[in-house]
Design a binder for this molecule. Structure first.
Ligand code: 5GP
Length: 111
């Protein structure tokens, strides 16, 4: 079990900005941008490449919530979504999460 399950279960605190039956969004404790939200499914899918066809509705739900959350934060016109998949891609918490980053300049290609 990861720390994100503890956050879902309200066993450790987090600045929760959105929650429903399927997902939760909260501020990253070590932000990489002035706005840095983590959006996670409540189902503990370890990483994106572990998602199965049964998870299609969950993944779609997360994508739709990105728009809702960024509108709420006022950054809907300029944000970046990052999903680190696997240790060598810098994933450190093995519970699928979308990083929503905003309110700073972005460059391409990403690092
Ligand atoms: P990853 O490197 O796996 O893509 O991202 C994990 C993210 O989770 C990191 O940005 C890290 O700062 C964040 N994080 C790790 N532990 C906690 C925690 O206990 N609370 C919150 N809010 N964020 C966490």
């Amino acid at each position: 079990m990861t720390v994100f399950m503890n956050i879902i279960n309200k066993e450790i605190p987090a600045d929760i900005i959105y929650e429903d039956d399927i997902c939760m969004a909260f501020l990253d404790v070590n932000p990489s941008a002035p706005t840095h939200v983590l959006l996670i499914p409540k189902k503990p899918i370890k990483k994106l490449s572990d998602a199965s066809p049964d998870d299609q509705a969950i993944l779609g739900h997360l994508m739709v919530k990105v728009g809702e959350i960024t509108r709420k934060l006022g950054c809907e016109d300029a944000f970046r979504i990052v999903i680190n998949n696997g240790k060598d891609a810098q994933q450190t918490v093995f519970h699928l999460h979308l990083h929503i980053l905003a309110d700073r300049p972005f460059h391409w290609p990403p690092g």
